[in-house]
Design a protein around this ligand. Structure first.
Ligand code: 3PG
Length: 311
């Protein structure tokens, strides 16, 4: 009987791993598509505050429709839920808009190289703000992460301060978002998918007034006419694609965060960046120097060492 129980347990363990594996692969693939359309849009239409808002709006709309027609069960939420969600939404909004502003200023690959430092931010936030301590091997693994990112940044051909700072701010904001999201989802009846839906809606409310204040309808309309005459009607398709894929990849990522720790999430997210960096360099023909690529490789290797040290 014990043996049988063990076999069942092993099977369910294997099934869980398979499920997470499928989530990760889907998350990464959707993210590559998002990054490509997002950059195509930003090249033709440099209004990152609006495109960030549209991404959240598309997700909110898709989820409201899914709830209304019953494809997804409407979550039961109370005031307390939204109150605890608020700081998460602030962090999500800041992290999202900062990354998009960054990508409007520099190559997609550069933003993602800097964002591959996210696990280092996770350790620093946990150590200095939450008082958690780590084994020495974890701190040592930060050396290649930070060193590799720094080398890449210093040798970047098209370095831009706003691009760099945007990616750094996004790292910090997303570490908070992940830690608080995981806490918020724990023991709650709201699933990862619905948790992310509520997060999008609240973030949309927070971001809209800022987007209007920073850019505003006049710029948006003028830019739209220019983009339309430069690119043609498929420009609208790109905007729709970047918005819909933004929601889809984040939704799948939250479905996996529901099952794993914020740390495994950060590491999975960094691994994801390898596919984004490689595909965007090929598609946008980004010039890279060998030393620049070496920096990225060292940083990513550091993340791998970090994940091993932390296990
Ligand atoms: C965003 O717009 O939120 C960015 O692309 C960053 O997202 P990531 O950390 O999920 O890659």
């Amino acid at each position: 009987i014990d043996d049988a129980a063990e076999v069942v347990e092993e099977k369910s363990e294997a099934a869980k791993k398979l499920k997470i594996g499928i989530y990760f692969a889907t998350w990464w693939a959707l993210n590559v598509v998002f990054n490509i359309y997002n950059k195509k849009v930003l090249n033709a239409y440099p209004y990152p505050w609006l495109t960030s808002t549209l991404s959240l709006a598309a997700g909110s709309l898709m989820m409201l429709i899914s709830w209304a027609v019953g494809i997804v069960e409407t979550p039961k939420t109370d005031f307390d839920f939204w109150k605890t969600l608020f700081p998460v939404a602030v962090a999500h909004t800041i992290g999202h808009v900062a990354a998009t502003v960054s990508m409007s200023k520099v190559a997609v690959s550069f933003t993602h190289i800097i964002k591959s430092g996210e696990p280092a931010f996770s350790v620093l936030v946990s150590r200095f703000l939450l008082g958690e301590t780590f084994p020495t091997s974890v701190y040592l693994s930060l050396i290649p992460i930070i060193g590799g990112c720094a080398l890449s940044a210093l040798t970047e051909l098209n370095f831009n301060m706003i691009g760099f700072m945007g990616a750094m701010i996004s790292n910090l904001a997303f570490v908070f978002r992940n830690i608080f999201s995981k806490k918020g989802m724990k023991g709650k009846s709201v699933s990862g998918m619905n948790y992310y839906a509520c997060l999008s809606m609240l973030s949309l409310l927070i971001l809209t007034p800022f987007a209007i204040a920073v850019e505003g309808p006049q710029m948006w309309v003028e830019g739209y006419h220019k983009a339309l005459s430069d690119i043609g009607p498929q420009f609208v398709g790109w905007v729709v694609a970047q918005s819909v894929f933004y929601h889809l990849y984040n939704q799948v990522s939250y479905m996996s965060l529901d099952q794993i720790s914020p740390l495994t999430f950060s590491v999975g997210n960094t691994m994801k960046r390898i596919s984004v960096i490689v595909s965007s360099i090929i598609i946008f023909r980004t010039p890279v120097q060998p030393v620049n690529a070496l920096g990225a490789a060292i940083a990513i290797l550091g993340t791998f060492l970090y994940s091993q040290a932390k296990l």
